[in-house]
Design a protein around this ligand. Sequence first.
Ligand code: SF4
Ligand code: SF4
Length: 699
Amino acid sequence: MVGFHSSAELTSWLTRGQVLFLVIHILGVACFAYIVAKRLVPLVRGQRDLRFDQPLARLGKVLKFWLGQWKHPRYPVAGTLHILIFAGFILLAMRAFTVLIVGVSQNFVMPGLSGRAGPIYNTITDYAATIVFLCMVIAVIRRLVFKPARYAVPARFGKAHTADAIFLLSLIAVLMVADSLFAAAKAAAESQQGRPLEVLAVFSLPWILQSALASTSIPILGRLYFSGYLLHEITFYFLLCYRPFGIQFHVETSLFNVYFAKLNKGTLKPVRWGVSDAHLDQVKSFGVKTFEDFTWKHMLDFYSCADCGRCSNNCPANAAGRPLSPRFITTKARDYAFEHYPMFGHAGNGKPLVGSKESGGIYSEDEIWSCTTCGACEEECPLLVEYIDKIVDLRRGMIDDGNVPQSLQKPLKALESRGNPYGKMEKKRGDWANAKGFQQICRVKTLDKQNGADTLYFADSITSYDDRMQSIGRATAKILDHVGEKFGILGAAERDSGHEVRRFGEETLFMALRDHNVEAIKAAGVKRIVTADPHAYNALKHDYKDVPPVEHVSQLIAREVKSGKIKFNPVENEKNVYTYHDPCYLGRHNQIYDDPRDVLDAIPGLKRVEMTRSRDRSFCCGGGGLMLFYEPKEDERIGVKRVRMAAEAGANVIVTACPFCMVNIEDAIKVAGLEGKMTAIDLAELVDQQIVREPQEVA
Ligand code: SF4
Ligand code: SF4
């Protein structure tokens, strides 16, 4: 080409292009490899995490959540932008590598793109570069002008990363312009010289630049071509090496983070991966106390967070003004890792993570106790960052150091001595079934060697001992009786399921409760277990081993409605508007969303509305289990927020399917001043109330 050379042929003020670009490649790749190796140091020092099983299931997650960007549309504007940027990056990846290689080998063509596919691919990528550029501009405007609230960083959680985000977005925009300028200058020169023209996609960024350069002289086009190419090279490698210093590191880590994500919801990580319960006494220290106590996967989570704020935006603790915002659990740990594992010099300092800033702590105690383990953060995170396991591990560390909140000491002691947090007598555990007149309506057996049954109704502590919740127990028993289930309870032999005890970090106490219950369940010789308590359900399903299959009563009712064994009378007050509140451990943790709704919809005349936050976006009631004994500082109770949501949806009856939700919601109705205007009822109670009984049955 007369007067115009390829980048590889150009002689510049420094050296021949080929040599210059080769040096840039080697330096860029070497720097990136060094930085990533340094970032991997804490992961190597971290705890084990067994995530190499089930490759197909993991690949499925990658296809759905990484390649398919499954969670992004939950935030339509930001989600659409991200999907477009992600798709643009995927499409442009091959073009970027081709451009890089052309610098040292001018005639290089990516395999598969030499024939007709080449121009088609170029057209697609011209548009991809344009879309990515526009998305960057929109993203910068959003951050600077519209400032979505979820990006804000309250002073107590540290510094905002806005400047970093904008700098990176701008760099990507520059990369797209450089790529387009390089292509446009070449096409403009080819056009002027009457050479076979590489057709640029109409209205794409390269096409617009080509049109603007149409009458530019060939020598200037040559310089623009070279400058565009050099700018592309430098920006590409700068971005590559800069990303691991901030939120954009997720570009590199997200694929791995999604592949190694947790597969089973509702489960909790063991105290130490690879150490069985029988050998736990050999573990010197429980939980997470220092940064290196996190597992390598949890550290990868810290690197993978995009700081999008979706987790905190859905966190009930954050909404209520508790001192917890999950996003900052991650960003503070990442900042800690960057500081203590620097690029040069000594790494790691092993200081406790929980404690005052003066002592080097990054989390406050209240922050860690504020979590209700509702799972809303994990449900929302597009990169599948995990929180509950980390928070429970931090609690395990505190408990191991004897650091138990004052208000929890009594219930934990009572659980140890009596098997329930109220300190009530074991022998009174089954008294709810012997209430005056109840045994005449429904005989509830206490299972032992002489009195066997197929089904165990596991009531758990709150239903057994709380006067109000005992009504849920009796309603459940009557439903089981109505459908002809041969069932019984463990009575005095039952202990608390230990679900919350475990999530509060008291693993040893949990194991004692679990082992006692497993023995009692085995002795009862039952084939299945039913419970009306989602916390007990989750514990029996995920935390216990070697027990018969467990079902929540809402599943059983839905099945028997379908089978025709359960029929309903129409609701008496047709003016009532019902809404269903998804308990976290039934919905998000176990995906039981439809059964309770199907049951409600089967009741003639029942009007049901959905709250804006429902199903997997349900808003926690304020926390079950031991949260009843621990109240962190908050601006407004979580439960009060929830009943307001029900009122906004136009409901005056909140139906739930969890005794803990019932405590919180009934309480919140009073605090919100909605007494007389709003009521709450458990699904089992409502079913028991509406069920069509045979004449011989007494309601
Ligand atoms: S589990 Fe719930 S309360 Fe805990 S951090 Fe996540 S969203 Fe917040
Ligand atoms: S943890 Fe996930 S949802 Fe939360 S800020 Fe990071 S990427 Fe966003």
